[in-house]
Design a protein around this ligand. Sequence first.
Ligand code: SF4
Ligand code: MG
Length: 336
Amino acid sequence: NDALLEVDNLHVSFSTYGGEVKAVRGVSLRLHRGETLAIVGESGCGKSVTARSIMRLLPKNNSKITEGSIRFNGRELTRLSEKQMRDVRGSDIAIIFQDAMTALNPTMTIGEQLMEGVIRHQRLSRTEARKRAVEMLQFVGIRDPELRLKQHLHQFSGGMRQRIMIAMAAICSPAVLIADEPTTALDVTIQAQILDLFRMLQRTTQASLIMITHDLGVVASIADRVNVMYAGQVVESAPVKELFRNPQHPYTRGLLDSIPRLDRPRGAKLDAIPGTPPDLFAPPKGCAFAARCPHAMEVCGLFPPDSVKLDGEHTVACWLQDARARTMPPQGPAQV
Ligand code: SF4
Ligand code: MG
């Protein structure tokens, strides 16, 4: 097993006035060296919560990892102290968010923020750190880096701010980069440039990347493997080509049917998936997608489907793929 980052059976809950929300319900994932894993799903499916759990950046007052394990290089992250975790963040695993203005400090100069990380993690002198910051800005495509170091975030365009956030995440050469909807707020041209930058960064640094997105176009253009999430669970996982060619979960098929394609007649209506995801205050006891699934069977409402291994790296959690569904006794599957 050569996974660099392994998440096993992760459960995360939020306590709210309305009760406990089970935002992540048994997520497992593997990230190998140098690969790009996409996590795709609608907003509220638990993909950002999964990312924040890995970084241990969940809100402390109302959220909790209730079960599961997160290992980086064999080291269990869920048990690290906050101080140990601060050493992991930035130098081993770094995260890039959608909105630099809220993720970074708008009152500090770009240079101060870039240098802070390398001074702390790599114990460089200020002069060395400054040199490194200039190189990094150049690397992410920012001209006049010497001048730009002295500026603040608001002096940059949206695309440039994302470049700066990527520079900050990458400056200590972390082995894992997590990008949470990094291009969602950008227009299509800038989005393509930022995705190019991620590819270039990976080629140069061999970093592994987790790309979190609701956009299958982004998935197609950058991912090696894809995890599809629905209602706090991974419902399908496959290499990217396999997923697009041979989607097996009805939710994945619905997502693929809802992307605009060139071979569709212009103005043709997209097949959005009817219905809404279930309430995670009280998740359904069977398959979470049952209420929206055109193939739902009786067993689907009664018991959650297990993850079934198809060819190669392809797994799917759906009763349609589970031979036991055909021979199910009325009291349910024997081994579930
Ligand atoms: Fe549909 Fe049943 Fe598969 Fe769920 S388990 S996706 S309800 S067929
Ligand atoms: Mg999100």
